[in-house]
Write a protein that binds this ligand. Structure first.
Ligand SMILES: NC(=O)c1ccc[n+]([C@@H]2O[C@H](COP(=O)([O-])OP(=O)(O)OC[C@H]3O[C@@H](n4cnc5c(N)ncnc54)[C@H](O)[C@@H]3O)[C@@H](O)[C@H]2O)c1
Length: 373
């Protein structure tokens, strides 16, 4: 396999997840490229120290500019708070590196558009992280739709639900503050995951009405006091989209306060002839609707039907680390021009389109009106 030198800026939750996906790259059977983590930059020493367990990661620094000056780094993955996206993404591009960005691709729509302009000017390969489309269930939903098996599509629901914010004792972090997470709050946190497949299928909202809710106004600050939390925690977006010449209701749900849900990603597409439904709540199970004299919801257990073949047995269940690894395989293979019709990562245009949805949702909620996009 051709080795690609990768640097990570921001070695927190997602930085470590990506590094561990690289560490078991031998699981992949049909990729011609291999990421090699050569450098990490994080402000926090304890965070940096975790990366010492990775032998190839020889540059460990608190200053990301040093990482960008390293000629061994070809691709940079950036996982930092949203207020830092624009500056760091643009610095990566100015340094002549390819960029694997994190969502929401800037703190707001203007920021996303400036990053997109910088990406165009740089000519570098840029994609945005969104891993759920790489699950077998999500792949099958897209296949089903693309095969035209559903007849006239009647409605679409795409959702991503968490519940950890129901715990009032959970300390505040940067994701609960507009200054660092963005005024879009949960939309920026979970929105890409809900929007990506509808956007990939060409289903852009044309009009939307949003209902946004806040969670607890204060949380423990982790130092014995309390900190203000001002971000939106739940968002319901009722949209109209155009599918096959018809106006179709499309509902997005992004929630950080959804009782009982840990990381439930869900999509349902219903049509006159058929329907398809998949949820990570039942990670093995694909539901298919069959119309006829009698109507059926059929279910089947999916195995390890990943876009990129692995050593894992075909009947085994995939999980979060698997889709992260598949997403990286797609990023690196597309960068080499070897995607061969498989699903690619979220594009710059898709990332900007999500921010257009989020900006319209904020305006809709504040003004209490339907917004046209
Ligand atoms: N794709 C997904 O499923 C997913 C899941 C969670 C978070 N995210 C996204 O990943 C990004 C990071 O989120 P996280 O949960 O990993 O956050 P995190 O707080 O766990 O990690 C962020 C890290 O960035 C570091 N950092 C801050 N400023 C820095 C700087 N100037 N230079 C270098 N390092 C710096 C912090 O020290 C911290 O370790 C966000 O954009 C978030 O939306 C994506």
């Amino acid at each position: 396999m051709k080795k690609i030198g990768v640097g990570i800026i921001g070695g927190g939750l997602m930085g470590r997840e990506m590094a561990s996906a690289f560490a078991r790259w031998c699981a992949l059977m049909d990729v011609e490229v291999q990421p090699e983590l050569v450098a990490v930059a994080d402000l926090v020493e304890d965070v940096r120290n975790w990366f010492r367990r990775i032998p190839s990661c020889v540059q460990i620094t608190g200053n990301y500019h040093e990482l960008l000056a390293n000629p061994a780094v070809e691709v940079v993955y950036v996982a930092v708070p949203h207020n830092l996206h624009e500056k760091i993404y643009c610095d990566v591009l100015a340094a002549g590196k390819d960029l694997f960005a994190e969502k929401p691709f800037g703190i707001d729509l203007d920021s996303a558009r400036r990053i997109a302009d910088a990406a165009t000017i740089s000519g570098r390969f840029v994609r945005c992280s969104s891993e759920f489309p790489f699950l077998p269930g999500a792949q099958r939903v897209m296949q089903h739709v693309n095969q035209g098996k559903l007849g006239r599509i009647l409605e679409v629901v795409a959702a991503f639900h968490h519940s950890s914010d129901l715990d009032a004792s959970k300390p505040a972090n940067w994701k609960r503050k507009s200054a660092t997470c963005g005024e879009i709050g949960v939309l920026g946190d979970l929105g890409m995951h809900a929007c990506h497949i509808p956007l990939r299928l060409g289903w852009r909202p044309q009009r939307l009405f949003a209902q946004l809710q806040k969670g607890y106004p204060q949380r423990p600050d982790g130092k014995g006091g309390m900190a203000d939390c001002d971000t939106w925690d739940n968002a319901l977006l009722s949209c109209w989209t155009q599918i096959g010449g018809h106006q179709v209701p499309l509902r997005f749900e992004m929630k950080r306060m959804a009782p009982g849900e840990t990381n439930t990603w869900y999509i349902e597409v219903l049509g006159t002839e058929g329907g398809v439904r998949y949820s990570t709540k039942e990670p093995k199970t694909l539901w298919l609707f069959e119309n006829g004299k009698e109507q059926f919801w059929k279910k089947t257990d999916l195995g390890f039907g990943m876009p990129f073949k692995t050593v894992t047995g075909g009947i085994f269940e995939p999980g979060f680390p698997d889709m992260i690894q598949q997403m990286w395989a797609a990023f690196l293979m597309e960068r080499e021009g070897l995607l061969a019709g498989r699903c690619g990562c979220a594009t710059v245009e898709e990332a900007v389109a999500t921010q257009e949805i989020f900006a319209a949702a904020l305006a809709s909620h504040v003004q209490g009106v339907v917004m046209a996009l």
